[in-house]
Design a protein around this ligand. Structure first.
Ligand code: SF4
Ligand code: F3S
Length: 104
C-alpha cells in the first residue's frame, strides 16, 4: 500500500483524493491517511500531492507510517471528493515537527 506521511499535516491539499480510483483516503482534522486494505498500489496519487507527502510503504523508514495510516484509516471517515485545503497550507509545507504538534 501507499502511505500518507508527515508533510500532509496542515497542508491537506486533497488532490490525492481526486485521482484515487478506489477511494481509499480517510480524513482527519489536519491530514488524510490511506486504508492499506483498499489501496491497490497504483501510485497515481504520489505525483499529484503538492506537498510530496505520499510514499510506497516499502520505502525505507515507512514502517511507522504504515502503522499510523492503518490505525487512523480505521478511525476516520472515508472521503471520496476533494475539499478545500487550509488557507495557510503553503506556509506549513516543509515545516518541521508537525507530527509532534498535531498528534504528540
Ligand atoms: Fe489510491 Fe492508488 Fe494512491 Fe493507493 S496508490 S491511495 S489506490 S491512488
Ligand atoms: Fe495530503 Fe498531499 Fe493528499 S497534502 S491531502 S497527501 S494531496
Amino acid at each position: 500500500a501507499y502511505v500518507v506521511t508527515e508533510n500532509c499535516i496542515r497542508c491537506k491539499y486533497m488532490d490525492c483524493v481526486s485521482v484515487c480510483p478506489v477511494d481509499c483516503f480517510h480524513e482527519g482534522e489536519s491530514m488524510l491517511v490511506i486504508d492499506p486494505d483498499v489501496c491497490i498500489d497504483c501510485g497515481v496519487c504520489t505525483p499529484e500531492c503538492p506537498a510530496d507527502a505520499i510514499r510506497p510503504d516499502v520505502d525505507d523508514g515507512m514502517r511507522g507510517w504504515a502503522v499510523f495510516n492503518a490505525k487512523y484509516a480505521s478511525a476516520w471517515r472515508s472521503i471520496s471528493s476533494k475539499g478545500l485545503p487550509p488557507d495557510d497550507a503553503p506556509a506549513w509545507d516543509g515545516a518541521q515537527g508537525k507530527l509532534q504538534a498535531a498528534f504528540g
